[in-house]
Write a protein of this length. Structure first.
Length: 246
């Protein structure tokens, strides 16, 4: 836990200090810079998630005319998996389930970011590189993991996973069960990333964002039974996005 707190503090400090540490020159009067705002959506891949690991939408706008900095508000929804998750075929039936999994963890992150334009070619070629620092709250939604079990007499039922359920009785899992039993926990997150974008005449943009994130919740979240569970997480991520500029 202490190492995650240190990582969180470092990234959070970077979020507030980047403006002072990076020299930003304004655009010259004759430099092409047509767009003032950008709306984009993307698919997230991260080291604690599946394929894909989540989605993100963002809206960014130029802080001031000719300034190479942007404000950015975003919303992302991700699924966090335990590193020891193992998907097994059910002994009875054709289904699958995750051994010893007791909860899903979904996280909603409304974040505020600052974007710093580090490199840019002309609007015709549309190549640019940005440094992005971001922080915000995390809403963790903990949904019980349900499985389908047989009573051995031809009848089935859906129950929350427990290691007490005999393996031979498990037929598979039920994702849509347990939403009425969701609980929530709050946390904080911070991240830093590099964004490589390509646009055509500053109208449409596509690109890749590569970064690192740390996140901490107010309590330990049990995802896998009989394993080490945590309240803080760190991960690397890739965001592949597409958007429109205005």
């Amino acid at each position: 836990m202490p190492k995650f707190i240190i990582l969180f503090v470092l990234v959070f400090t970077l979020f507030y200090q980047t403006n002072a540490q990076i020299v930003q020159e304004d655009f010259s009067d004759d430099e092409a810079f047509a767009y003032k705002a950008e709306l984009a959506g993307g698919i997230l891949f991260h080291t604690l998630g599946g394929i894909p690991g989540g989605i993100r939408v963002k809206y960014a706008w130029q802080r001031e005319k000719k300034i190479k900095q942007f404000n950015n508000i975003s919303l992302e929804i991700v699924n966090i998996k335990h590193p020891k998750e193992v998907r097994l075929a059910a002994d009875s039936g054709n289904g699958y389930f995750i051994y010893n999994k007791v909860n899903f963890l979904f996280v909603i992150r409304p974040n505020y970011s600052r974007e710093f334009l580090l490199f840019r070619k002309s609007s015709e070629e549309g190549l640019e590189l940005k440094l992005i620092t971001s922080a915000g709250p995390s809403l963790g939604l903990i949904k019980p993991y349900y499985i389908i079990v047989s009573n051995g007499q031809g009848k089935t039922s859906t129950v929350q996973y427990s290691s007490d359920v005999p393996y031979t009785r498990i037929l598979g899992s039920s994702f849509f069960s347990g939403f009425d039993a969701i609980s929530a926990t709050m946390g904080l997150n911070a991240r830093v990333s590099l964004e490589f974008g390509i646009s055509t005449w500053d109208t449409y943009v596509t690109g890749v964002e590569l970064g690192f994130m740390v996140e901490a919740f107010t309590k330990k979240i049990v995802i896998i039974e009989n394993a080490k569970n945590r309240s803080a997480f760190s991960s690397a991520f890739v965001n592949i996005y597409f958007g429109k500029r205005y």
